[in-house]
Design a protein around this ligand. Structure first.
Ligand code: FES
Length: 352
C-alpha cells in the first residue's frame, strides 16, 4: 500500500527546500492548544521542506473579505522537523486575522507566505546561559527553540519562565512538561496569575517582577534574557531587567495589534513621489496599507516594526511611528520611516 503522506528522513534530505520568499502554502491540520488558541500546520504546495532557524517568524499575506492583511507570526515548530511549519495563534478581541484564523482556517485551504526571517533565534544569538522569558502567546518562538534543543540533544543550560493568566491558558503545557522531565539541563517554570481553577497547580503563582524572578532563577544576573510576549508583559519584563541589571536582553514581540480608532492620528493624503501616485490613509491606517490600496508594492516582512525591510524615506510631513527597533537613530535622522507601522499626521510625501 502506498502512504504518500509518510516521509523518510532520506526523502527529506533530497527534497528541494523553501528558504524564504513568496510561496503558496496549504493548511495540513488545525489543532486545539487551549480554549482560545489553535496551531495551524502548513505545507509547501510544491512539497518542499522548510529551512529556517528556531525562533524565527514567517510573514503571511492573508486575504480576508477581499482585503490583504499581512501578518507576522513566530514559527512554533522546529527546523529539525522540516516537512511543515506551524504557527499558534491566540484569539485577540477585535483581532481581524487571529479570529479569522481560529474561525475559518481549515485543512486544504491555501495561504500566501511572503518570507521567513528574524534575528531573534537560537542560532544567531548563541548563549551559554540563556533565560527564555514569555508571556501568553510569546511562548511560540521559545517552543521552537526548546524542540530544537530536544531534537539535537543540545546540552546548554537553559531556563524558561512562562507567565500565563490561569492554568487553562498555558499553551503547549504537555510539551513543556515533557521536555522539562526529559532534559536535566532544561528548567521550566510555569507561572500563573490565578491558580484557583487548579488547586494543586505544580507551578508558581504571581506576576513578573524582580523579586519573583530572583526566587525562581537564583543565577538570574548571569543569564542572557530572550523575551517575547504582549506589549504590557514586555514593559514589565524590561523594568524587571533594568532593576536587576541583566547581562543582555533580546526581544521579540508578535501578536496581533488592534487598530484603535481614537489614537488621535488624523490620517491624511499620501503622495508616492517615485510612482507619481496619490493615495489616502484613513485614520489608523499605515503607509504600507495606503500603498497597497493604490497598487504600490513596498517590500515588507515582519509587519511589526522589527525587521526594517519596509524602510522608506519620507520627504514631507509627519507620522506617528510605532516601531519596535527596526530603524537606527541615524536612519530616523535621515528621514526614514517604517511603512508598516507609520501612520500619517496629515499630508505626507514618501519615496515609493
Ligand atoms: S515590515 Fe518589518 S519593519 Fe516593517
Amino acid at each position: 500500500m502506498n502512504f504518500p503522506f509518510r516521509y523518510s528522513l532520506s526523502t527529506a534530505n533530497r527534497q528541494p527546500c523553501y528558504r524564504g520568499g513568496p510561496a503558496t502554502l496549504v493548511c495540513k491540520a488545525v489543532m486545539e492548544e487551549t480554549h482560545d488558541a489553535r496551531t495551524f500546520v502548513f505545507e509547501d504546495r510544491q512539497s518542499r521542506t522548510f529551512d529556517f532557524k528556531p525562533g524565527q517568524y514567517a510573514t503571511f499575506k492573508f486575504e480576508i473579505g477581499g482585503k490583504l492583511c499581512p501578518r507576522a507570526y513566530s514559527i512554533c515548530s522546529t527546523p529539525t522537523r522540516p516537512h511543515n511549519i506551524q504557527i499558534t495563534v491566540k484569539r485577540v478581541p477585535g483581532g481581524v486575522v487571529s479570529n479569522w484564523l481560529n474561525d475559518e482556517m481549515r485543512p486544504g485551504m491555501e495561504v500566501e507566505i511572503a518570507d521567513i526571517g528574524g534575528t531573534f533565534n537560537y542560532l544567531d544569538l548563541p548563549s551559554s546561559k540563556p533565560l527564555f522569558l514569555s508571556g501568553g502567546s510569546g511562548v511560540t518562538p521559545v517552543i521552537s527553540m526548546l524542540q530544537y534543543i530536544n531534537d539535537v540533544v543540545d546540552p546548554t543550560d537553559v531556563v524558561f519562565v512562562y507567565f500565563s493568566r490561569t492554568p487553562r491558558d498555558i499553551i503547549f503545557r504537555d510539551q513543556l512538561e515533557f521536555i522539562a522531565k526529559r532534559f536535566k539541563n532544561v528548567t521550566i517554570h510555569l507561572v500563573v496569575g490565578d491558580d484557583s481553577e487548579e488547586p494543586h497547580f505544580p507551578g508558581a503563582k504571581g506576576h513578573i517582577g524582580a523579586a519573583l524572578m530572583q526566587s525562581l532563577v537564583p543565577d538570574l544576573q548571569e543569564r542572557e534574557i530572550f523575551m517575547c510576549g504582549p506589549e504590557g508583559f514586555m514593559k514589565a519584563a524590561r523594568e524587571m531587567a533594568r532593576q536587576i541589571s541583566v547581562t543582555a536582553l533580546h526581544e521579540e514581540s508578535f501578536g496581533e495589534k488592534i487598530t484603535i480608532d481614537d489614537t488621535g492620528d488624523p490620517g491624511g493624503e499620501v503622495y508616492f513621489a517615485l510612482s507619481g501616485k496619490h493615495g489616502k490613509c484613513a485614520p489608523g491606517e499605515t503607509l504600507l496599507e495606503a500603498a497597497l490600496n493604490v497598487a504600490i508594492w513596498i517590500e515588507s516582512s515582519c509587519q511589526q516594526g522589527v525587521c526594517g525591510s519596509c524602510r522608506i524615506r519620507m520627504t514631507q510631513g509627519a507620522v506617528d511611528m510605532n516601531d519596535l527597533g527596526g530603524l537606527s537613530d541615524e536612519e530616523k535622522a535621515g528621514g526614514y520611516v517604517l511603512a508598516c507601522c507609520s501612520r500619517p499626521r496629515g499630508a505626507v510625501s514618501i519615496e515609493a
